[in-house]
Unconditional design. Structure first.
Ligand code: ZN
Length: 307
């Protein structure tokens, strides 16, 4: 049996009382040749549990395998898949929203660091919008591709290893914070990258809303199994309140959390119908008072300022 370590306290508030909300399954047999120790976790299960004090949900235990997450993300992406990710527009509404919100907030320079730069589409859009953007990306192959296509410097590494030469007026964590255990460490580290008066922007899935959606899907289609955290790809599950609390605990000021724009994948008639549904839910969640805490906010965005 592959080894696990218990996670006894809440990563956001330190609370130690939890309610089980989901069971995550491990299926990593695809790594059988590349990383047999990682593949050995296939078949294991771990409980996802919600902190009674702050509403944040996290696994009851983590794989004890050293560098489990780095090893799982060490995917040897095919060249055409990476190119497709750079060219795909399904996250453009999210990117545009973040760039506009940062443009309104940042009053100093225009130096921006995108943590988890992936294939570099956001970097390219940020540069086109006048930001002096750089990336930080763990995967060497996507890092190189992102630099080539965006023209931006892309540092290869992660938030724990990277030390910038100067500071940034804006740091972005788009679809990153849900993937890294102990998110307060990530936020505290990201804060050190930001110039005084600069801003952090975050986009994450809304944990409670995703649970409602997945449970509903499983009810409607009995063959469908709710997937929220398989392989612990999503290790942090924020609610609007616990995300705000995490930012404040990491030392950020003027913290705002709101519904984030949806991803709009696919096209054709089915795609357009799905887009319409996602956009309608987003608009209601964005305009309704307290909408970020509602099940219509499938994603959250948050901003916090460094003093
Ligand atoms: Zn908590």
């Amino acid at each position: 049996m592959a080894p696990f370590e218990q996670v006894p306290v809440c990563w956001v508030c330190g609370g130690a009382s939890f309610v089980a909300v989901h069971e995550a399954i491990f299926e990593l047999s695809i790594y059988g040749e590349q990383d047999p120790e990682l593949a050995a976790y296939s078949g294991a299960r771990v409980t996802l549990q919600r902190c009674r004090a702050c509403g944040f949900a996290q696994p009851a235990a983590l794989p004890a395998l050293p560098r489990y997450f780095d090893r799982m993300y060490d995917q040897r992406w095919a060249d055409d898949w990476i190119a497709g990710e750079h060219d795909a527009a399904y996250k453009d509404r999210i990117f545009a929203d973040i760039l506009a919100s940062l443009g309104n907030r940042v009053t100093g320079g225009r130096a921006l660091l995108d943590v988890g730069a992936h294939a570099g589409r956001f970097l390219r859009l940020a540069r086109a919008a006048g930001w002096n953007a750089e990336g930080l990306e763990l995967n060497p192959k996507t890092a190189a591709y992102a630099a080539q296509r965006s023209g931006a410097p892309v540092h290869q590494g992660n938030i724990h290893t990277f030390t910038p030469a100067g500071c940034y007026d804006a740091v972005t964590l788009t679809d990153v914070l849900e993937h890294v255990p102990r998110p307060l460490e990530v936020l505290t580290r990201a804060r050190t990258y930001i110039c005084p008066g600069g801003w952090l922007a975050i986009k994450v899935p809304n944990g409670p809303a995703q649970r409602v959606k997945e449970t509903l899907r499983a009810h409607l289609r009995p063959s469908y199994r709710a997937t929220l955290a398989d392989n612990l790809v999503h290790v942090n599950h924020f609610s609007a309140a616990s995300l705000a609390r995490a930012l404040s605990a990491a030392g950020f000021r003027d913290v705002t959390v709101m519904a984030a724009a949806p991803e709009l994948p696919g096209d054709g008639a089915t795609g357009r119908l799905s887009h319409l549904g996602r956009l309608s839910a987003y608009r209601v969640a964005r305009t309704l008072p307290g909408g970020a805490a509602s099940p219509l906010a499938f994603n959250l965005q948050a901003y916090g300022r460094r003093d």
